[in-house]
Ligand binder design. Sequence first.
Ligand code: GLU
Length: 433
Amino acid sequence: MTLTAPITSPFATAPTTAATRTSPLAAARQQLADAAAHLELDPGVHEMLAHARREMTISVPLRRDDGSLARFTGYRVQHNLARGPAKGGIRFSPHVDLDEVRALAMWMTWKCALVDIPYGGAKGGVTIDPRQYSRGEIERVTRRYASELAGFIGPEKDIPAPDIGTDEQSMAWIMDTISIGRGHTAPGSVTGKPLGLGGSRGRGDATSRGVATIGLAALDSRSLPRRGATVAVQGYGKVGAGTARFFAEAGLRVMAVSDQYGAIHSPDGIDTDQLDAHVAVSGTVVDFPGADPLPPDELLELKVDLLAPCAIEGVLHEQNAPRVNARIIVEGANGPTTPEADRIFHDRDILVVPDILANAGGVIVSYFEWVQGNQAYWWTATEVEDRLRTRMMASWQHVLDESTRSGRSLRSAATAIAVGRVAEAHRLRGLYP
Ligand code: GLU
């Protein structure tokens, strides 16, 4: 992406958060409770981990291009700092609220612990639809948000990165804002920066690369041949588009993809290069000439080997889980499966590769970016990709072994490993005062 490109499309799909469905925070806390019971965690430690260490709610005023004043609410939640500085993305979306950010921050803590990088977990967000504002307006919102948080952000404190609705340009603005305030350049205060500002090679497609790596390993674990294996990708955005491309490169057949505007389907497989060219011009997968339209809900119920939800939380829930026809679900998004759906998938022997493992590629390469920056020495793309693969496969094997040993789902196994590591860090540090 170039520095002059507009902010990327904020969502990959329309939200499905009916009031009856488990909220992301309730889901995250249920997963924690499950791990706490399995680990026989001290109830006080469980209680501590169910709540964030710090939560900041910020009012973000904006002088609009027409001179009027608008106001938005922003958040930064630092869920846990026991294993290192807080780490996690910043989301710009009209659906952001404090509970969503709390859930996403908790998942970041488990994700970083699971893949064993020396960070705690955080998440930030601003309740705004970036598509409704000019580039200058988004820059001012981003800078004001960053300046309000400046005292809490930094390479040893809390390191933001892109998420839905933000990108490398957003990180450049945040880095610049923090740096101006300090009087010196502080590149380590964010990751997902442009290459020209100390970003890492391979960061842009790292999440997708990781999802594909783990999706292929999951196929192998079920003895399903890779060549010709069928895939549906929900959310053809920053994560989903790259995931589809990596799957296609590995010989899989991408049968269906969707975005917030609609879904498309082709039994013969979708040419992802041609689709990317279509999306670059039209901004959506809809009306791609190489495929037929499909009702978006039906994408989640297609008979496929792999289903990759790559958009937002809660899209696989109690109501549609009984109709899901995939053999494996690999979670590119954070929190796409509710705990009720998880139970249904477990009973139906559908393998769910959890988000904290499947989509950890992004934060792993964020860590590589931070390490490279600290050493002021940058790696080649091949070095980044090899190290990413090694780390993802080690975590996958650890989770698979633990799941096989305990007879529990991959999510239960992964969450228990992660929560156990965080609890151990608390035990070693002791409680202050
Ligand atoms: N937003 C990404 C995630 O949810 C990346 C976070 C990061 O790199 O810090 O994992």
